[in-house]
Design a binder for this molecule. Structure first.
Ligand SMILES: Nc1ncnc2c1ncn2[C@@H]1O[C@H](COP(=O)(O)OP(=O)(O)OP(=O)(O)O)[C@@H](O)[C@H]1O
Ligand SMILES: [Mg+2]
Length: 334
């Protein structure tokens, strides 16, 4: 194999253990994921220590299986790309230390990948018609930001959330309504049965003229509304509450994407992160004529290793090399 042709991607930044094998830039040979959602659901959120232990249990069998599925040997690999941050320290450590050990054993080059750069690459896996400059909206469990991609590796943060991330807002809103974790998919499902105009929740920071987000006030507005209904012993109209909450989040995101397009004159937009799987957001993004949007398929909106392999492969081709690789939970994107 020539250099950079077979990349093993490893992702363990939060609660998903994910492994992928990529041939060249976007040939997905294997894509596996061991989700811990059910393990953490009973605690109502991710428990970091527990997540790290679960990664330890799954990672080596998953890598074995991915290589078998791809029909390659560890020593055939040209690159190991592993998420090195941001994320949970214990979770990152498992991925990074595993990758370091395998890199030594197989003599394979190793590269650390920024998890958010990975998310940014997710829409590009199935599309070869998007190249910089473009705007990237990342809407995940821990981040909500708009980045200007001047070139791969050259990113400018245009704006981000002042408090909660959009995914976090969905998860907290679900908790308020007594829905299970993670809340985003559950709210999405119930919202399809409800009226988005039923409740007039505030659209956070809609008219500030700045590229910025805030979701904690919206969550409080929902909490206040739900508490009043509970005090009055009313049954919660979950579909209407979900649809109205989802409309407010979606409108807030669309307003700032519009502003970023207006301010930069860039009309090509990539969207990724777990909330990019949201059906109302996907529809609103697709029907707006002010931009052209690239979205990953829903299963690649949330954490996966294909995006890490692709981002790593791209960086390696650009000449990026990691010195001694250590996890860095506080890494920022731009
Ligand atoms: N259909 C959906 N609608 C709304 N939110 C969703 C949907 N599907 C998933 N989410 C949300 O996406 C989030 C998970 O996304 P992701 O895996 O990208 O986040 P993360 O990796 O935890 O965060 P980060 O990438 O910032 O470290 C959760 O908050 C979840 O509720
Ligand atoms: Mg993520």
């Amino acid at each position: 194999m020539s250099g950079g042709d077979l990349t093993l991607g490893i992702e363990t930044s939060c609660d998903d253990t994910a492994v992928a094998v990529l041939r060249g830039e976007r040939g997905v040979l294997a894509e596996l994921l061991s989700s811990q959602i059910r393990d953490h659901a009973r605690f109502g959120g991710v428990v970091p220590e527990f997540a790290a232990r679960k990664h330890l249990e799954s990672i080596l069998p998953l890598i074995d299986e991915a290589l078998r599925e791809a029909g390659v040997e560890g020593r055939d690999l040209s690159l190991i790309a592993v998420t090195c941050g941001p994320g949970l320290m214990g979770s990152l450590l498992v991925g990074v230390q595993t990758a370091r050990a395998l890199s030594r054993v197989w003599g394979t080059p190793l590269l650390g990948v920024n998890h958010l750069e990975g998310h940014m690459f997710a829409p590009l896996i199935d599309a070869d018609d998007l190249s910089p400059p473009f705007l990237s909206l990342i809407v995940s469990g821990g981040h909500t930001e708009i980045v200007r991609v001047d070139a791969f590796g050259s990113y400018v943060l245009l704006g981000e959330t002042r408090d909660d991330a959009a995914g976090e807002a969905y998860d907290k809103a679900a908790k308020v309504m007594g829905l299970p974790y993670p809340g985003g998919p559950e709210i999405d499902r119930l919202a399809a049965l409800g009226n988005p105009e039923a409740y007039d929740f505030p659209i956070p920071l809609k008219h500030t003229g700045k590229i910025e987000f805030s979701f904690s006030g919206l969550k409080t507005a929902l909490l206040w509304r739900v508490n009043k209904m509970r005090e009055a012993e009313e049954t919660l109209p979950l579909p209407d509450l979900c649809a109205s909450f989802q409309r407010a989040v979606t409108e807030a995101l669309i307003a700032k994407v519009s502003l970023a397009v207006e301010q930069t004159g860039i009309r090509n937009l990539s969207v990724s992160g777990g909330v990019a799987a949201n059906s109302a957001l996907r529809e609103a993004l697709r029907k707006n004529r002010a931009w052209k949007v690239w979205l990953p398929k829903p299963s690649r909106c949330t954490d996966n290793a294909v995006m890490i392999a692709m981002a790593g492969h791209n960086a390696w081709q650009r000449g990026v090399r990691s010195p001694v690789l250590t996890p860095d939970p506080s890494l920022s994107f731009a």
